[in-house]
Design a protein around this ligand. Structure first.
Ligand SMILES: NC(=O)C1=CN([C@@H]2O[C@H](COP(=O)(O)OP(=O)(O)OC[C@H]3O[C@@H](n4cnc5c(N)ncnc54)[C@H](OP(=O)(O)O)[C@@H]3O)[C@@H](O)[C@H]2O)C=CC1
Ligand SMILES: O=CC(=O)O
Length: 321
């Protein structure tokens, strides 16, 4: 009998066909209040699930007694309760590396958009306000040859460092728990303490995973340490930032702006003050959201899932640190 699999996110037909070669697939293009009851029902005899961002915790796992593999279509896996999965001998997988370049492009896009005020000026042009030469009140600040501090210089961070250093002539500072000697050699990245990075950087880019250790790692103290002229970029997870402290830092002029792809609450609530600040550029968690990369991620996640269900060690098995 074929293993039973739930795909709970919209994926390309080729991905479904691939999984269907070996598994019996129940497909939900989207999980919402209409489809969730049926999803829960299917969980009861599911051996594998494939998708992203679903909170896989004790409550959900209690509904899934047959589960063997949880395959995330994402590199981040803060949606998974790993100790609970491991206790039940359920394998968990993710999709690292193949999204590095795309997410780094998003980070550069946020840096450039915020520093050069592109969304704000786009609105200005389209609402007929361009009536004479641009006055200096609309000028932005340079990105090239500035200092970029990357907190969490891993796979994506290195792709950001490459673009920023080799393409934009920026000096790179970084802070991790361990050194990234490859990035030091290739992009002249300088390892430093978090405090030194915050004090010296013109742009601070947060790129760590969300873990208990990184939860709200950017808070009041950290924003106060940044230059008043600095721009903060977050493309990691919303919960790595104390959002109240960020809002305060922007309102008080402790920092000059922010480019944000991720938020404490997603989708963001419309009364969030960040949405009404001209010096804040927002995107709806689009880090890896290109057709090419999302297809590759879904296919890799499908390969991980099938491999685990066939009794192999999946290529991207998440190992608890
Ligand atoms: N916005 C979006 O759409 C996307 C967001 N992401 C997010 O980006 C995260 C990073 O992805 P990726 O680059 O592939 O991951 P990597 O594991 O390759 O890199 C993570 C980096 O963070 C560092 N790090 C981890 N914990 C800490 C800590 N406590 N203090 C300082 N540094 C730390 C690690 O270094 P060390 O271990 O030495 O500390 C490592 O350099 C993902 O987990 C995900 O949450 C990813 C893709 C898209
Ligand atoms: O947020 C996206 C991811 O891949 O992680």
């Amino acid at each position: 009998m074929k293993p039973k699999v739930i795909i709970y996110k919209k994926v390309d037909r080729k991905v479904i066909d691939f999984v269907q070669e070996t598994c019996d697939v129940t497909y939900f293009e989207n999980l919402d209040s209409d489809t969730y009851p049926e999803f829960l029902h299917s969980l009861k005899d599911a051996h594998g699930i494939l998708g992203s961002l679903l909170k896989v915790d004790k409550t959900l796992l209690d509904q899934a007694p047959q589960l063997k593999v949880v395959s995330n279509i994402s590199v981040g896996y803060d949606n998974l309760n790993l100790p609970e999965l491991s206790e039940r001998r359920i394998l968990a997988t993710n999709t690292p590396e193949l999204l590095n370049e795309t997410v780094a492009d998003t980070v550069m896009g946020l840096m450039l958009s915020t520093a050069r005020r592109i969304p704000e000026l786009d609105h200005w042009v389209k609402t007929g306000q361009w009536k004479s030469n641009l006055e200096s009140q609309w000028f932005g600040v340079d990105v090239h040859h500035k200092v970029l501090g990357i907190i969490g210089l891993g796979g994506i961070g290195a792709a950001v460092a490459q673009r920023a250093n080799l393409g934009f002539g920026m000096d790179i500072l970084y802070h991790n728990r361990s050194r990234n000697e490859d990035a030091e050699q290739k992009y002249g990245a300088t390892y430093c303490s978090m405090d030194e990075l915050l004090e010296k950087s013109d742009f601070v880019c947060l790129m760590t995973p969300h873990t208990p250790e990184t939860e709200k790692m950017m808070g009041k103290r950290e924003f106060e340490m940044m230059k008043n002229s600095a721009i903060f970029i977050n493309c990691s997870r919303g919960k790595t930032v104390d959002e109240e402290a960020l809002i305060h830092a922007l309102q008080a002029g402790e920092i000059a702006g922010a480019g944000l792809d991720v938020f404490t609450m997603e989708p963001i609530e419309m009364d969030n003050p960040l949405l009404y600040m001209k010096n804040v550029v927002t995107t709806p968690h689009i880090g890896s959201a290109t057709h090419e990369t999302r297809f590759k991620m879904a296919m890799l996640a499908a390969e991980n899932l099938v491999s685990g269900l066939m009794g192999e060690i999946p290529p991207n098995l998440i190992k608890a640190r």
